[in-house]
Design a protein around this ligand. Structure first.
Ligand code: NAD
Length: 276
């Protein structure tokens, strides 16, 4: 099964299920991205700060899968948000990735409201897209206020917003804002980084009913909500298992039961509002 595609507000499309490579060593990235491509993934999520863009690029260069068939995302780090710096940072990423096509998606990694350069960064991404160097542009880790501000100031709405989102932190309110604004929601740490969620009795019971694993059920929950989802694994069996989650269809009742697991303090990472 190939991943379904989700349509951006700019007309481009993104495979809904992708493969994330945070905390994957550059030397390991080449091997595991090749495994992910072999398993069927056609979407890779990296970032300049992950230090593995070269490894990702090497996998794309060596794979029998054409780079034209793989959707590639990278991100501009926090200290590169000024207008010129953000564009220079993009060029560095492109050199490391070694793509012979425009980048599919560039994101601002964190808004960092205290630093107050996110609007400049957004204007830099708009400029790169205008030049045809990047097909689609979006953001990550923006509070609602800053998300609305960059749209109001530029008239350009991000194609996607990548945020922490898993059953213990389901981001209902922000997902509603995204629907209103026509922005796709992308879930980071979708498996809660492999923590307690995968042992939650509700998830385990639903997994048993589908003869699936808890990780597959959590991925299926994201897909049912309409999230773009980018689970990470460096274990070949789990990479295949996570891709096979595409075959699992949860009932509405099961989706609701998993959504109800959310907790007010369920965040694993920093709150984008306070993160400075
Ligand atoms: P994740 O929720 O994808 O969890 C990954 C961990 O879950 C693995 O290391 C492993 O321990 C476990 N796991 C994976 N598959 C499993 C399986 N089938 N069975 C059992 N355990 C399994 O965590 P993540 O890596 O934090 O998030 C995914 C991706 O999201 C990252 O790789 C990165 O691309 C992106 N991300 C972005 C940001 C951001 O600020 N924009 C922050 C964090 C992550």
């Amino acid at each position: 099964t190939a991943s379904p595609l989700k349509k951006f507000n700019d007309g481009n499309e993104i495979p809904q299920l992708g493969y994330g490579v945070w905390q994957v060593e550059n030397e390991v990235a080449e091997k595991v991205v090749e495994q992910a491509l072999d398993a069927g993934f056609r979407h890779v999520d990296t970032a300049q700060i992950y230090g593995n863009e070269e490894g990702v690029g090497a996998a794309l260069a060596h794979s029998s899968v054409s780079e034209d068939d793989v959707f590639v995302t990278t991100k501009v780090w926090n200290d590169q948000q000024e207008f010129e710096k953000a564009q220079a940072s993009f060029e560095v990423s492109m050199k490391k990735l070694g793509l012979s096509k425009p980048l599919d998606l560039l994101l601002i990694h964190w808004a960092k409201p205290v630093q107050d350069t996110y609007l400049e960064a957004w204007k830099a991404l708009i400029n790169l897209q205008k030049q045809g160097k990047v097909r689609s542009i979006g953001v990550s880790n923006f509070p609602e206020e800053q998300l609305r501000e960059i749209i109001a100031e530029t008239g350009v709405t991000p194609a996607i917003h990548q945020i922490e989102l898993h059953p213990y932190f389901n981001q209902h309110a922000l997902r509603e804002v995204h629907k209103e604004l026509g922005i796709l929601t992308e879930a980071w740490s979708p498996l809660g980084q492999g923590g307690d969620i995968l042992n939650d009795p509700v998830v385990v019971e639903i997994a048993q009913a589908h003869e699936a694993t808890p990780a597959q059920v959590v991925i299926a929950w994201h897909l049912a909500l309409g999230n773009v989802v980018i689970p990470k694994s460096v274990t070949p069996e789990r990479i295949k298992e996570n891709f096979a989650a595409l075959d699992i269809k949860l009932t509405d009742d099961e989706v609701e039961k998993i959504s109800a697991l959310t907790k007010n303090d369920g965040r694993i990472g920093p709150d984008p509002k306070d993160c400075d």
